[in-house]
Write a protein that binds this ligand. Structure first.
Ligand SMILES: [Zn+2]
Ligand SMILES: [Zn+2]
Length: 312
């Protein structure tokens, strides 16, 4: 009798616990057979801090059978998710490369707007040390909004604004239903913690560089991937800027970012099936100049200049 009761209770608890423990609001309306589905990369935002109206802030979606994994949350991310016809009530998970504002200005938008779009449960967020503090500060900054939306006539879902923050180190940080995400420690100037990410699914391998100077760790982790999405600046256009402190701009770029020529050399060693240039610091360089830089670095395989909302 005790055993039967225990089984009954555990079954009952299991049934009740499942929907909250594994919230899949945004996946239920999509086919989610991720072990056989094909993987798609959607460049949601390919911009830099410069507020180009054509380019949203850094954000990349990796979509596997309707599941959405989001990498960075630059400004405009919610609008781009909608433009790409992806779920607007929260991704399966968010991965932040580093805490520079151009990569995180859309984070509050993602948290709060996905809630208003009827998100019910926390989604996991992975990123460097400091992410928890940033998250708590953002929620504090919007506490009056959260209070009024939750307790006023809007009747938003109680607690639906929450996220589950994970501060990570290098290594496998996410593994679920055939999707694995590995963080790669990269060097981005004075930032103590910055990551590239490698995503492995049943049919594809993808590396997203985030912001980094040429990284040997990335070269190691990205060998032969299907898609390498890498940040870049124009070596030919690099010169001091006419502003206080502007004499340090070339040094800044060399310590924090990767030039087109350097990227060509890296790609020659990585040998991705496709190289996508992203987060391009052009300084006036045309597509042709950037491609010439990559070729000068020694890479003659397939290269694409990334544009917002392109799919691969
Ligand atoms: Zn950065
Ligand atoms: Zn950046």
């Amino acid at each position: 009798m005790q055993t039967a009761l225990a089984i009954f209770l555990s079954l009952g608890l299991g049934l009740f616990a499942l929907p909250t423990k594994f919230p899949r609001d945004n996946a239920t309306s999509f086919p989610s057979n991720s072990r056989t589905a094909s993987t798609e990369v959607i460049l949601l935002g390919t911009g830099t801090p410069y507020p180009d109206p054509e380019l949203s802030g850094p954000a990349t979606a990796v979509v596997v059978g309707g599941r959405v994994l989001l990498f960075d949350a630059g400004p405009g991310v919610m609008r781009r998710l909608q433009a790409a016809k992806l779920p607007i009530n929260g991704p399966e998970a968010l991965f932040i490369t580093h805490l520079h504002s151009d990569h995180t200005l859309g984070y509050a938008d993602l948290i709060l707007t996905s809630w208003v779009m009827r998100r019910r449960a926390p989604f996991p967020v992975y990123g460097p040390r400091g992410l928890r503090r940033m998250t708590n500060h953002l929620l504090a900054a919007y506490s009056e909004d959260i209070n009024i939306r939750a307790n006023g006539l809007e009747h938003e879902v109680a607690g639906g604004y929450r996220v589950a923050v994970h501060e990570i180190g290098a290594g496998v940080v996410y593994e679920k239903d055939g999707v694995r995400v590995t963080a790669i420690a990269v060097q981005h100037g004075a930032w103590k913690n910055a990551f590239a990410y490698r995503i492995d699914t049943a049919d594809r391998s993808i590396v997203i560089s985030g912001d980094t100077r040429p990284s040997e760790e990335l070269v190691k982790a990205a060998q032969g991937v299907d898609i390498l999405i890498h940040e870049v600046y124009s070596a030919a256009r690099l010169k001091p800027e006419d502003r206080p402190g502007g004499q340090d701009w070339p040094r800044y770029c060399r310590e924090y970012h990767t030039s087109d020529v350097e990227l060509g050399a890296l790609a020659g060693r990585i040998r991705p099936k496709l190289l996508i240039l992203d987060h391009i610091i052009r300084m006036g360089a045309s597509d042709e100049e950037l491609l010439a830089g990559v070729r000068a670095g020694g890479y003659n395989e397939r290269v694409v200049i990334g544009r917002d909302l392109e799919r691969f």
